[in-house]
Design a protein around this ligand. Structure first.
Ligand code: ATP
Ligand code: MG
Length: 385
């Protein structure tokens, strides 16, 4: 094993050991400002992801400072549906950070595989957790401002698939201004709110609510509300009501449209409100202290990924071996882990089923009783006459 020299180019990192701890295994992806590698934590033995800022950007003191500062913001967010930033890499000219490894690709991969709308089951397994994670960030005065399917990573663990939001890359701590240039449109156009397109510095949490609306629109219909050239897109976002999400379950239409209101004060005012509206629209049961959606016992977790028959395997993304997942039951269990903000509870799907079958038993017994009583009355009547 060799220690990396400060002069090594990004492509030459594979096989190197960063900070004596992380052995770089593979280049996983390239974004707008950084490379993402899969690496092994040599002391702990698990996989991690390492994001290394492009060298030309790393040479710019301001950009490097902002990149690392944003990594620190994400590090402070401690939520099961937010990608955990574990360490900062500063080695010679290299600047980057270490994250938990997500083995299921991105929401974009999933949408591309599905090739159309996701099912209500898939939506209800993913969307509330995303909303909850954002709500948690907002409570901690952090606005994401770059929500898009590429920034929603997926992690498959046992029988559950968890979305994990990442790249609070242009996140803004509420109240802190001045780190972005005036007039610079931050975020990806298709998911950016009208007010963000006008002035990215003056957005509040309702801008993230808008982006969540676009994400839900895309997940539920398989398409975006607005498309076209950047100029056409911006014009539509600023002035037009989006076309109705007709492919989506009808109960979700008002919810999606409310997220996409041009005027921020016409949208949901918090993620909490949005989450409640989603549960009400989807008729989804959840425990009072849990945001985990019930996966009915008969549904295999892999079905969540196969909507239109298109197979989705973890091996497609990052070389993980194919997982045969079988969720035979959803038991009550405390999920309190060091990374959980508070212990979550799995709700037991069979609980509601048990209640339902017990109610059905009593109804049947009552009907049999009434029938027997009627027969007895008729018999008595017959005997008397
Ligand atoms: N923690 C992680 N675990 C596993 N894979 C990851 C992780 N973070 C990123 N990736 C992979 O690396 C790819 C590139 O990520 P990156 O954030 O650099 O690009 P992007 O989101 O497409 O663009 P942007 O520069 O706008 O963020 C992702 O699409 C994803 O497949
Ligand atoms: Mg990204």
């Amino acid at each position: 094993m060799r220690e990396v020299s400060p002069e090594l180019a990004e492509s030459a990192l594979i096989g190197s050991v960063l900070q004596g701890t992380y052995r770089v295994e593979d280049l996983i992806g390239t974004g707008g400002m950084a490379y993402v590698y899969k690496a092994t934590h040599l002391r702990l033995g698990g996989d991690v992801a390492i994001k290394i800022l492009f060298s030309n950007l790393a040479r710019d003191e301001t950009k490097r400072g902002r990149f690392l500062r944003e990594a620190r913001i994400q590090h402070q967010l401690n939520h099961p549906n937010i990608v955990r930033v574990q360490d900062i890499i500063k080695q010679g000219s290299l600047s980057g950070f270490v994250m938990e490894w997500c083995n299921g690709g991105t929401l974009l991969h999933m949408l591309q595989k599905a090739g159309g709308p996701l099912s209500m089951l898939q939506l209800s397994n993913l969307f509330p957790s995303m909303v909850d994670a954002l709500g948690y960030a907002h409570q901690n005065d952090v606005i994401h401002r770059d929500l898009k399917p590429q920034n929603i990573l997926l992690h498959v663990a046992g029988d559950s698939i968890q979305p994990k939001i990442t790249d609070f890359g242009i996140a803004k701590t509420v109240g802190e201004l001045g780190l972005t240039r005036t007039g610079e449109v931050m975020g990806t156009l298709e998911y950016a709110s009208p007010e963000q397109l006008k002035d990215s510095k003056s957005v509040d949490i309702r801008s993230d609510i808008y982006s969540l609306g676009v994400l839900l629109y895309r997940m539920a219909t398989g398409r975006l509300p607005f498309t076209g050239s950047p100029a056409r897109l911006i014009k539509q976002v600023l002035h037009k009501e989006p076309p109705a999400p007709i492919e989506a379950p009808s109960s979700l239409h008002p919810l999606i449209m409310r997220c996409l209101e041009i005027n921020p004060s016409d949208r949901y005012s918090s993620c909490h409100e949005l989450r409640d509206a989603f549960f009400a629209a989807g008729d989804i049961r959840y425990s009072s202290d849990s945001l985990r959606v019930i996966i009915p016992t008969h549904i295999k977790t892999e079905d969540l990924f196969t909507d239109t028959g298109a197979g989705y395997k973890t091996e497609d993304f990052g070389g993980e071996s194919e997982k045969q997942l079988d969720s035979s039951s959803c038991e009550i269990e405390e999920l309190g882990s060091p990374t959980d903000p508070e212990p979550l509870k799995h709700f037991r799907a069979s609980d509601t089923m048990e209640k339902r079958s017990s109610a059905q038993w009593w109804t049947s017994a009552l009907l049999v009783g009434i029938t027997l009583a009627l027969v007895a009355l008729l018999f008595l009547f017959y005997l008397r006459h």
